[in-house]
Ligand binder design. Structure first.
Ligand code: HEM
Length: 307
């Protein structure tokens, strides 16, 4: 049975390091070898610093997939299409490779990120790097707890991973979407706490969900809590983390799922006005600066790349 990459369903960490690469022309053979060696590199440092709970994920860009593995493609792998409505925009930025390193030690992440870069070295250009951190008790920099309604326990695997029945060739893989959001915290902090709470439909300090009748149709959880025609919840596994410094702050949004559809529908529901003109009012205070789709294949598939 195929095994998934351990970082996909891992519990939240204290620190994260995200690396986004573009592959240079004619370097596919080198990259295949390097990618197949990354899981062993993660294992080595997870063992060496066992108290740090290190995990890693490597994923291949939707637009790059056919160059690295023209033989077959995950059935639902598709590009991140820009979405725009009025002044709200989710831009699309293509990257060929995504590497996520998470652990409870920033120094260990740094060591591993450096090893990843030197392993890929000659074949890639580092297009973007983001260092993230856990903020207070798992809060976004807006001050609200992020991740409360994430799937828990074994259910994380059901939501995030492709099953054998769904796509046998790519079982234990996951469709990954990322967006780096930049917050306007000066504007956000002009709101009263109750106004901020209305934006999420949750209370700030105690993280209590509003009752249904109190949730505004423009609240973030109203826009993202979607159901299919049979009333089943459309779920994703969010592994987002805050990032930033004194100049720039935001959320590195990361979603894993066994299908790209759930995330795509949620993002549309956030951005596009519905028949009543409602959209996600959180978007008045934050703006996505990047957006990309990847596939995080199983460990078995990564091993195949070396052959
Ligand atoms: C700046 C970007 C974002 C911030 C700060 C943010 C923050 C939050 C917060 C505070 C919650 C409530 C607590 C929780 O259940 O986690 C939440 C819920 C949620 N968010 Fe986001 N979010 C962002 C972007 C997104 C995006 C892009 C999506 C999907 C396209 C998304 C999907 C969800 C979902 C599915 C929930 C759970 C809804 C429910 O069932 O109650 N979020 N988010």
């Amino acid at each position: 049975m195929a095994r998934e990459q351990f970082g996909i369903c891992a519990e939240p960490s204290l620190h994260g390091y995200y690396l986004l690469f573009n592959v240079l022309d004619d370097k596919n053979a080198h990259i295949k070898q390097a990618l197949s060696r990354l899981p062993a590199l993660f294992d080595k440092y997870a063992d060496r610093f066992s108290e740090a709970n290190l995990t890693g994920v490597v994923a291949i860009g939707a637009n790059y997939w056919d160059e690295i593995w023209p033989q077959a493609r995950p059935q639902m792998l598709r590009s991140f299409e820009e979405i725009k409505c009025d002044d709200r925009i989710a831009p699309s930025v293509n990257y060929d490779l995504y590497v996520e390193v998470r652990s409870d030690r920033a120094d260990v992440n740094h060591i591993v990120a450096e090893k990843v870069c030197s392993l890929l070295s000659d074949g890639v250009e580092l297009a973007e790097q983001v260092r993230s951190f856990r903020f207070l008790d798992g809060r976004d920099l807006t001050g609200f707890v992020d991740g409360t309604e994430n799937p828990q326990g074994r259910h994380r695997r059901e939501v995030a991973l492709i099953s054998n029945e769904q796509d046998a060739d790519f079982a234990a893989g996951s469709y990954l979407h990322i967006q780096r959001y930049k917050h306007n915290l000066n504007l956000w902090n002009t709101l009263k706490v109750k106004e901020q709470e209305d934006v999420f439909a949750r209370t700030k300090i105690d993280n209590e969900e509003y009752t249904s009748e109190n949730k505004l149709p423009t609240s973030h959880i109203k826009r993202t809590n979607l159901k299919d025609a049979d009333g089943n919840s459309l779920e994703i596994l969010r592994q987002s983390m805050p990032y930033g410094d004194m100049k720039l702050q935001g959320l590195m949004f990361v979603s894993y799922c066994h299908t790209p559809e759930h995330y795509e529908l949620m993002l549309r529901s956030m951005i596009e006005s519905d028949e009543n003109g409602h959209f996600d009012h959180m978007l008045k205070y934050t703006q996505a600066e990047t957006g990309a789709a990847f596939f995080a294949p199983s460990l078995n598939f990564l091993a195949l790349l070396a052959e």
